[in-house]
Design a binder for this molecule. Structure first.
Ligand code: CP
Ligand code: NVA
Length: 309
């Protein structure tokens, strides 16, 4: 595996299973699990707000015996107070790893390039790899085989969709997605996952209409229409995304008893109706919980030295 966990793109299916197996042990509380982060300090560089990512990383680091140091937007002022290169080189002398939630994925790559310590991506404009790993771990708990799951995604072609596309390609799952015109996932990802999908027999397909995309799906997933950093576009996006809300009628077109997923935070009445997200088939809180278990495995492997052989 690489030094850094910036994207799910580089993971093999074997790598992902190694992380899931360890996450499963951690979730089950097998023994007391050794403390792979004992004596280690990890910096959390966050340019954007967070509930789940910050808390689950801080708690996970504590549970693995390490020390988490939160560095919010006012502390580091990445790129304005100090260059990314200097931040990376200095932090590499103090701490053992970085969890970064940055606006720009390019900045995350640059931070990793100039750091001698591992960098874990806690969300960028391009990728949300820890979310997608937590989501597929959640699917694994619900379905016998990831390769036979059909996931439908309706909404913005954003960081969350990109990450889910790679995960589906890695596991041979089927992904049917529908995004409004102008909000498609980036071409590079679409091309990449099609190549990967040939090897795993995954089918990743765009549908013009949300109704078509959810047909026969086991799970329907959506995310906010305006991501962090796109607040100025909110009004326009609400307009452009009309018809893309996951409501009871749309979910009803999926498989009977289809599950509903969302990475959260959610906006009831925009991308999802209250009835769907608060309904019996919504597994959004399981997704949030599994972030903790999966990230602990990622921390133990990438920073705690529990290397895959
Ligand atoms: N899903 C997720 O990453 O949530 P936060 O933005 O609250 O961390
Ligand atoms: N797409 C959303 C995900 C939040 C967890 C964003 O980037 O804001």
């Amino acid at each position: 595996m690489k030094k850094d966990f910036l994207s799910v793109k580089e993971l093999t299916q074997g790598d992902a299973w190694y992380i899931f197996d360890m996450a499963q042990q951690l979730k089950g509380g097998v023994g007391s699990f050794e403390k792979p982060l004992s004596g280690k300090s990890i910096g959390l560089i966050f340019q954007k707000p967070s509930n789940r990512t910050r808390l689950s990383f801080e708690v996970g680091i504590h549970q693995l015996g390490g020390n988490a140091i939160y560095l919010g937007p006012d502390d580091i002022q990445l790129g304005s107070r100090e260059s990314i290169k200097d931040i990376a080189r200095v932090q590499s002398r103090y701490i053992d790893g970085i969890v970064a939630r940055l606006f720009s994925h390019k900045d995350a790559i640059s931070l990793a390039k100039h750091s001698s310590i591992p960098v874990i991506n806690g969300l960028s404009d391009f990728m949300h790899p820890c979310q997608a790993m937590g989501d597929f771990f959640t699917l694994k708990e619900r379905f016998d085989k990831l390769s036979s799951v059909t996931l439908a995604y309706v909404g913005d072609g954003n960081n969350v969709l990109h990450s889910l596309m790679y995960m589906a390609a890695i596991f041979g799952s089927n992904l049917r997605y529908s995004t409004p015109p102008g909000y498609e996932p980036v071409k590079e990802v679409v091309q990449d996952v099609q190549k990967m999908a040939e090897a795993t027999k995954s089918s990743i397909t765009y549908y013009k209409s949300p109704d078509e995309a959810v047909k026969g799906a086991d799970v329907v997933y959506t995310d906010v229409w305006a991501s962090m950093g796109q607040e100025d576009e909110h009004k326009k996006r609400v307009n452009d995304f009309q018809g893309y809300q996951v409501d009871e009628a749309l979910l009803g077109k999926a498989r009977k008893d289809a599950l509903f997923m969302h990475c959260l935070p959610a906006h009831r009445g925009e991308e999802v109706s209250a009835g769907v997200i608060d309904g019996a088939n919504s597994i959004v809180v399981d997704q949030a919980e599994n972030r903790l278990h999966v990230q602990k495995a990622i921390l133990a492997i990438y920073i705690g030295g529990k290397k895959k052989r």
